[in-house]
Write a new protein. Sequence first.
Length: 336
Amino acid sequence: MNELNNIVKKIIGKGKGILAADESTGTMTKRLESVGVTSTSKNRLLFRETLFSSDAMKNYIGGVILYDETIKQSSLSKKKIPELIFNTGAIPGIKVDTGAKILANSSEEKITEGLDGLRDRLLEYYKLGARFTKWRAVYIISENYPSKLSIYSNAHALARYAALVQECGMVPIIEPEVLMDGNHGAEECFNKTSEVIKKCYDELLKHKVDLKGTILKPNMILPGSESKKNITTKKVAELTLKCLKISVPTEVPGITFLSGGQSEIDATKNLNSINLINDTNFVMTYSYGRALQQSALKFWSRDIKNIEGTQKIFNHRAKMCSLASQGNWSESLEKN
């Protein structure tokens, strides 16, 4: 299992994080249409290849999570996408769940599906070049949720997924996302997130998953998006760190936060604040989608042939996240 731990170290080596480019075709279509670009297979590939061939990949990105469509595509330079990523020094990964569906007997909640046929799919993805995977479970917060049923069912699925992934020689990302939707406060987010993560590790240990060969991808501790309560960046950092200290076994080598609907600046600022007070042995870095790509996407949409200009925007954002992962970011750097 040392090999899996070595893969983790390459992905989250000093100052590096993960580019989450695993948007489904439906989600990517919404993103492109929101900036006035027609969503064709060619356009989806063009935007992603623009990012994958940027200087940021060599300096700030340790891993890229791909979608099924993308991992099977070839770049405009005729290289397979996983090869293009490997050549930058980053590791290709793949989203392997098939999406969140309504949870039986708790119709407002979701259970992530995709275990059927997963072993065979993993073998195919390994041959295509993937060396790590992602499975996302989602939980809502309200007076009655997340329910014990949702917490247990999703933890059990994550553990079964992780065991299969390690069996195939890849690193599983464990992503239990407590959603920002709602008017709850940060303390409630702290309590629910702690409960969710603890149950995930209960199940992972039951399924004999080697924690040294895994990465945790959690949400930060934040008030709900409809909450009127203000919170300081310092408080976000304190609550997030406290949650992880009481919930995550020390064998876990790294934590790559999801941005979860935060703006690019907020996701960077909060990550920096966490690392300023990080007194654990966990590497704490980023696994961002929109918070790495949004500015680049907006710029690219004005002229999809302006590869160099788009890459410049992406390089800057990735550099800011890299600095934040080391506690070296400041707002003044955003103006440079």
